[in-house]
Ligand binder design. Structure first.
Ligand code: BG6
Length: 490
């Protein structure tokens, strides 16, 4: 604040900061920046009548938008005030080595595995004595639970890899093994998911599933739609959480709403769950972080067991989400009588082989590097896929954008002729997922059309598929597996 007495760390956006700023300017506050964060410090100082925590609480009641806040008063250096709204915030608890505040579990792990996830509308005082929590609206104290995180500090280190994303890509085989865990009985052709809160009666009473998520988790959900409709024979809708939450979706008690999230803290997905519950739907979370806010909101959780994902762009969690959807679709398919035990057995067998196949693929790094160096100077890419690999194309394009800062679009290949084909020329290469499957011939002909526009094609193709080599300029070969499982390999 203008006296340098209140220090603020803030993640999020204060939406009504201009209104608050106007009020504070009128009462003589001077600002040294244009940021929304600075008004938080001034607003607390404005409310301070000698009780700093009361001042903090009064300020919180005025703030709109999203925040995870940590506040320190210069004259009370042994206390940190914390609060959250639409942004994650955790307090790490130790007996003798201090307390910690962060927005994610990973940075806590070197200090403590005992954490408290704050809920919406809670504010706390962190000190040597531990944590005290209060309700922001009433000021009443709140009791809370300390969660024990199962991850260890080594899991949150780079372990010799150049960056976390590379490490996490290499962890994918083990992550898939962990997600499968003890959830299958190959002998009986059964999936063991009784702990997710969907029994046979509920599975049979479902008349619709709605999947909602953000980013990569949304694309995993899109693969989930194909799987659930096929094995479960249930109509499935999917919606971005940021759209779903502001619509007036039609849901009832026979709708299952599945929220997908690595962190379990994404604000739009959390709000989507609240809405689904308000409307009486049954909710299931496909989530990575145990104890996260989402796990406490949903009726049941299917944990993906991917371990800490530190790279901002999701990789291994995406794989684990795909496996989770695979298991869930087979589970519902069996309960609803749409999936034969024999077919389920086959799929379990093939699913269990995938980690080994990916281990082999990860040895092809040299080839991938060679191809990357051929394509690195293009500024636009089109990713094409069909059917269950349409989401693969979307996810591929998202990764290229987020990681290489190269513009890329993902498209359903059958939609090319309705406009996007106009963009293709020698400067816009196509990455096409054209592995063997029910729509193989279709995508090959889509790629032929693209090539008539002189564009370069990089095909993701099935190993030893000589026939398709005529239609591509470069190829990355992947093992031949059941098309239903191909998004995991592609
Ligand atoms: C984005 C990340 O900001 O959040 C994506 O970059 C991620 O990789 C998305 O998929 C959603 O996050 P979560 O934790 O809800 O899966």
């Amino acid at each position: 604040d203008h006296e340098g007495r209140v220090v603020v760390v803030h993640n999020g956006i204060i939406e009504n900061y201009l209104d608050i700023k106007e009020k504070l300017l009128a009462s003589g506050h001077e600002f040294s920046s244009e940021t929304d964060t600075e008004i938080v410090a001034h607003l607390i100082a404005y409310h301070d009548r000698g009780n700093p925590f009361e001042a903090f609480m009064s300020a919180l009641r005025e703030l709109k938008g999203a925040y995870a806040l940590a506040i320190l008063f210069r004259d009370q250096p042994d206390q940190i005030f914390v609060a959250r709204k639409n942004c994650p915030l955790l307090v790490g608890i130790t007996e003798n080595e201090g307390q910690f505040v962060a927005s994610d579990v990973a940075p806590m792990l070197s200090y403590t595995r005992d954490v408290v996830f704050l809920d919406e509308n809670q504010a706390g005082i962190v000190s040597n004595e531990g944590l005290k929590l209060f309700c922001v609206n009433t000021g009443e104290p709140i009791s809370f639970q300390i969660e024990r995180v199962e991850w260890n500090p080594v899991m949150a280190e780079k372990q010799g890899y150049k960056h976390f994303m590379m490490k996490e890509i290499h962890e994918q085989p083990d992550v898939i093994r962990n997600t499968i865990g003890t959830r299958t009985s190959e002998e009986q052709g059964e999936i063991l998911l009784e702990d997710i809160g969907i029994d046979s009666a509920r599975a049979r009473s479902l008349n619709r599933i709605v999947i909602t998520a953000c980013g990569t988790a949304y694309y995993a959900g899109l693969v989930g739609k194909y799987l659930l409709e096929k094995a479960g024979q249930i109509p499935v809708d999917i919606d971005l959480a940021s759209e779903f939450r502001y619509r007036d979706p039609i849901l009832d008690e026979n709708t299952l709403v599945i929220a997908v999230s690595q962190s379990g803290e994404t604000a739009d997905t959390l709000a989507a769950i609240d809405l689904a519950k308000q409307k009486g739907a049954h909710t299931l979370g496909i989530i990575n972080v145990k104890g996260s806010t989402m796990t406490r909101k949903v009726n049941g959780t299917l944990y993906i067991h991917a371990g800490p994902e530190i790279g901002v762009a999701s990789t291994k969690a995406y794989m684990a989400m795909l496996v989770a959807f695979q298991l869930l679709s087979m589970y519902l398919g069996r309960l609803r009588g749409n999936l034969e035990a024999e077919r389920c057995r086959e799929l379990i067998h093939d699913l269990k082989v995938i980690p080994q196949l990916i281990e082999e693929m990860l040895k092809e790094k040299k080839l991938v590097e060679e191809i990357a160096s051929k394509y690195m100077n293009f500024s636009n890419f089109l990713f094409l896929g069909r059917d269950i690999n349409y989401p693969t194309a979307l996810e591929g394009a998202l990764k290229l954008k987020e990681i290489s800062y190269i513009h890329a679009e993902g498209y359903a290949a059958g939609e090319m002729k309705h406009g996007p084909i106009a963009l293709l020329d020698k400067d816009c290469p196509v990455v096409a997922v054209m592995t063997r499957g029910p729509l193989y011939e279709k995508i090959v002909s889509n790629v032929q059309e693209s090539r008539s526009r002189d564009c370069r094609v990089l095909g993701i193709i099935t190993k030893n598929d000589r026939q398709v080599l005529h239609h591509v300029d470069d190829a990355l070969e992947v093992p031949d597996i059941d098309p239903v499982l191909s998004p995991l390999i592609n």
